[in-house]
Ligand binder design. Structure first.
Ligand SMILES: Nc1ncnc2c1ncn2[C@@H]1O[C@H](COP(=O)(O)OP(=O)(O)OP(=O)(O)O)[C@@H](O)[C@H]1O
Length: 220
């Protein structure tokens, strides 16, 4: 699978003050990417385009050569993308297990209803069976983020987008999350794209992208 940003330009209020100018990027399966850049440089905006949650003023995004706007954004999101945010975006009234089961139902995943598989997957990232059955709000930040990552893994989405996923985690938990991202890419062939302010974490990606002066530059 390939994900391509094609001649993308964007601005908010004023066309002369462009956030991006003719951006071309290519993301490939099995790679873990990090995006760094100053606050306000437009990292989150790009992620919202890649997630199919917002539409750029000019240019295209293609998955396997097909424009995501032709595919339809709802279908694109369901079929290809899983997102992980600082605020976890888990459903607060549900348990960890229910959060994953619900996502599997919505996306019609082949793993839907497979309780043993879901619980084993949670266990593999250190979420015990008893924790899996607790209200998600009782889990720590790092644990909630691990649940969100298991969800991304199990919904079959090939593209995993993460916006500051370690923003409110301590060093050990942040490293654990980055290790899981590496595994999602190398073992499961996902395309993982992570925004971070943390240079040490960014450097662990296969490919680092820096956003500056309206351009995205591949720096390694
Ligand atoms: N809906 C909007 N309307 C107008 N301006 C916006 C909108 N969303 C973002 N912006 C502006 O676009 C610029 C880029 O925002 P974005 O959130 O993409 O940056 P970022 O690099 O993710 O920043 P941070 O690291 O602080 O989260 C900012 O100047 C922001 O104020």
């Amino acid at each position: 699978m390939s994900l391509k940003v094609d001649n993308l330009s964007h601005w908010y209020a004023d066309e002369d003050q462009r956030l991006y100018e003719n951006i071309n990027l290519e993301f490939e399966d099995g790679n873990f990417y990090s995006i760094v850049g100053e606050s306000g440089s437009g990292k989150t905006t790009m992620l919202s385009f890649l997630a199919g949650l917002d539409v750029p003023k000019k240019g295209d995004i293609r998955v396997n050569g097909a424009s995501i706007y032709k595919i339809g954004l709802t279908k694109y999101r369901q079929k290809y993308v899983s997102t992980i945010y600082q605020a976890y975006n888990l459903l607060k009234t549900m348990t960890a297990y229910q959060n994953i089961e619900t996502a599997l139902e919505i996306t019609d995943s082949r793993h839907r209803g497979d309780k043993k598989f879901i619980l084993n997957s949670l266990e593999s990232v250190g979420i015990s069976r008893s924790k899996a059955m607790m209200s998600i709000q009782k889990l720590s930040g790092g644990e909630q983020q691990r649940v969100a990552i298991v969800r991304a893994l199990l919904v079959d989405a090939k593209i995993v987008l993460a916006d500051e996923p370690t923003g409110n985690l301590d060093h050990d938990n942040s490293q654990l999350i980055v290790n899981l991202f590496k595994e999602l890419a190398s073992e499961y062939g996902k395309t993982v794209i992570m925004i971070t302010h943390d240079d040490k974490l960014a450097q662990q990606a296969d490919i680092q992208i820096k956003l500056q002066k309206n351009k995205f530059e591949v720096i390694s």
